[in-house]
Design a protein around this ligand. Sequence first.
Ligand code: F6R
Length: 607
Amino acid sequence: MCGIVGGVSKRNVLPILLEGLKRLEYRGYDSAGVAFRNNKKVSLVKTQGRVADLESQLDGSLKSLQGIAHTRWATHGVPSTKNAHPQDSGNSIFVVHNGIIENHENLRKKLTKEGFKFKSDTDTEVISHLVNLYKTKGYDFDSAVMRTIAELKGAYALGIIDLDNPDLVIGAREHSPLVVGEGIEENFIASDVMALSQVTNKFKFLQDGQIALIGSDKIQIMSKNGTAKKIPTQEIDSNSFTNDLAGYSHFMEKEIFEQPKALQDALQGRVTSEGTQEGIFGAGFEDQVKDVTNIQIVACGTSFHAGRIFEFWSHKFLGVNCRVDYGSEYQYQEPIKTDKTLLVTISQSGETADTLSSLKFAKKTGKPVTLTICNVANSSMCRESDFSLLTNAGPEIGVASTKAFVTQLACLNLLLLTMMQLKKQPKKAIQNISSSLLQLPKKINKTFDMLKVYKDVAKLLFNKNSALFLGRGMYFPIAREGALKLKEISYIHAEAYPAGELKHGPLALIDKDMPVLALVPDNEHLDKIQSNIQEVAARKGRVITIGPLGKTKIGKNGGHIKIPKTLDLHNPIISVVPMQLISYYTALLKGTDVDKPRNLAKSVTVE
Ligand code: F6R
């Protein structure tokens, strides 16, 4: 999704801004731009394309001490140069914006009456004109920004510069993240710590409603009404923010192979073969959740699938009712109100607007204990929740989520174990699950022995228009995750069904051109799913099965992939890895942009 980087310095900021944009590329974007002080004027360069195109349009000898830059993921107005940010007003006010201004149409009408001419179809352009309007009415730059913000409805992270203020960048945030990076004789703003990790490891995380005035020698934080605010500076280990491919062809590939290590990091110091350590979710967590009667999970996409697996675990091992809602849907359901609800938000980024607004909604409409399972420390969701557990997967750059998913499941398993301990469940059961969990990194490593097999399956898939994924019970969310991976990076239409639903409709789709991937567990569902597979085979469907039984064998009409056997509750975590790799190799055969699939963004910060 959109990315912001801006700054003022006593040295040339242009290379810093461009490097920042490159580090934000992973979020997904369709156009890019930069506004920078160029002697007595501010120059604006924009492109509908990649940051490299933008860079090639800039004279390498240019030097600038102030600037703002942006990668745009279109919401209002098609991807084009005119709609790319920065948006300017009268060549004097320049704005970069992440988010959506909901009342932009009314503001556009008002500004048109005031004589402003709009050059773009964006909602953002109202912001530059409003600031300009208030400046022409005699307000200082910062007061003009504050008056503007008072009129905006919606979500925004903003970076703004003014022709008359060469040593000032103004940042503001409301429901969209923005950080301030502190340097020596230079200061910056960015939508993501990663954008600035090449210049600083000191950050201030703005809260909703805060405004930052950034000069090369000053950082001033204010609330919307102008009251000065103090926010602490946090040191972040910038070494962990690397965007180095380390010899892999794609970040998705690298991140799939990092999963054993990511899992180890997620479990390290938190669980032994006897169970989980106290306090891993934060001090006092155990006390707060020991008598919860209801668990509500809210998440989107891949993170939602992780939640759906926990739902099965909760019912089976805790006997606690658990419901899972999409972040984009939660607010439309009348939330079930019980005395003691644990609300769990799951998110790689911790910034997904739908999940974040659900968390805020839940807090406003009830009194849940809130826990976020998230990969990004200091993210909005972590800060909004009573408790949090970091997945410790390391930065996930590929748009398709892989290592975040398996580490989310590991963390959810830690939640399960903690609650089993609180419920004084038999020690033996806790020890079995804990020991098996600790074995997972090794077992996932074993799935990498079969790369040739996954490549063979990819050859069966890449020239097909559709594929069907089947699973039963807690393997159904994994089937859904497999289908999501395939569709998002290879653009093959893929649908997942609970295997038993096949005969209620989707069986009509089966023919030799509809490959079916079925998850075959070693549990009480085995016979039933085998019958479902027969139903497909009898109609000339090509079936590829994945499971811990049998032998691996792939032919031109399908076959079987044997995965390492583990406890039934952990097999879904292992079985997702072959699916990730099959999708990856299919996308390679199709020649799609694996790390930046069309139309998608990494961090979805609009509802
Ligand atoms: C799919 C994918 C998305 C995200 C979803 C939620 O591969 O990455 O479906 O899972 O956008 O994002 P987070 O987890 O950051 O809240």
